[in-house]
Design a protein around this ligand. Structure first.
Ligand SMILES: NC(=O)c1ccc[n+]([C@@H]2O[C@H](COP(=O)([O-])OP(=O)(O)OC[C@H]3O[C@@H](n4cnc5c(N)ncnc54)[C@H](OP(=O)(O)O)[C@@H]3O)[C@@H](O)[C@H]2O)c1
Length: 260
């Protein structure tokens, strides 16, 4: 029996951005099982609807398909939430961009920064009063890409580095008022790699299932929030990032990500 059937009415409402993707779907299943009504956000309305119908209590949940890659999109999503009281926010929507800085359009690169960094900050700021009043939580889905400069994925690494720094600093500012998780995964089998345009080889040894990633995020939340690198493979990669001198590490990463 699904745990969600234990709840007759939802215990609160959680907004999950990027719910139509790999991590987002897993967050949706796990948070519904904890008794939350969900606002499932993404761009692909069909995927969002099919996720909603696959859940135990579709009648609890709503779907909003909006591009949140710019301020107008963020405001449009916030405009749909005026009648809601949100107790949890999962800033998960994001994408990577693979290729030399000179070879990719600047607009694509700025879009990574806006979607992966500016949007989580804007959504969190707008929803902060209600999140605090509900003694709620924020989960920011960052990346191990933010722990090391990445040649050939430079804008993505910059966006995730910014997201992790902001999220960790905010956690301390919000102590005793809001639980904040900075989730820092490495490679996982979702739509991410195809969308970034990256070849399938680099990082495959470190691939970790979304189930393990999301379980770790929720365990960290249950412990009051914090910084979380999920699963032993991602933790090994994190240790390598911390222990290999940067001038060597940068050459290794450039060799792996340069492509043909
Ligand atoms: N998988 C990995 O290896 C990995 C590792 C570290 C961190 N991450 C991070 O994990 C998060 C989730 O990604 P994923 O791995 O689950 O990849 P995914 O399957 O590609 O899902 C990405 C989600 O983000 C949404 N999204 C992207 N750009 C958007 C925009 N401009 N407006 C609205 N929604 C947008 C997508 O919506 P639509 O599909 O509906 O367009 C999709 O729901 C991302 O922040 C990513 O950077 C992933």
């Amino acid at each position: 029996m699904n745990q969600a059937t234990d709840h007759i009415t939802p215990i609160g409402t959680v907004l999950i951005t990027g719910a139509s993707g790999g991590f987002g779907r897993e967050f949706a299943r796990r948070l519904e099982a904890r008794g939350y009504a969900l606002i499932l956000h993404g761009r692909n309305a069909e995927k969002l609807q099919s996720l909603r119908e696959s859940l135990a209590h579709p009648e609890w949940h709503r779907c909003f398909a909006v591009d949140i890659g710019d301020t107008a999109g963020v405001n449009s999503l916030l405009g749909k939430l005026v009648d809601d009281t949100i107790c949890g926010l999962v800033n998960n929507a994001g994408f990577g961009l693979w290729g030399g800085f000179a070879d990719r359009e600047v607009e694509e690169q700025l879009s990574v920064i806006r979607t992966d960094l500016c949007t989580p900050i804007a959504l969190t700021h707008a929803l902060l009063p209600q999140l605090i009043s509900q003694q709620g939580f924020v989960i920011n889905v960052s990346s191990l890409a933010g722990e090391y400069p990445l040649p050939y994925m430079s804008s993505y690494a910059a966006a995730k580095a910014g997201l992790s720094y902001w999220s960790e600093a905010l956690r301390i500012e919000m102590e005793n008022r809001l639980r904040i998780v900075t989730l820092v995964p490495g490679p996982s089998p979702t739509g991410f790699r195809d969308i970034s345009g990256m070849a399938s080889g680099p990082g495959s040894f470190f691939r970790t299932q979304p189930r393990i990633v999301i379980e770790c995020a929720l365990r960290t939340l249950d412990n009051g929030g914090g910084y979380c690198v999920p699963g032993w493979r991602h933790r090994l990669l994190w240790l390598l990032q911390k222990s290999i001198p940067r001038f060597i590490g940068l050459q290794i990463m450039a060799g792996k990500l340069r492509g043909n």
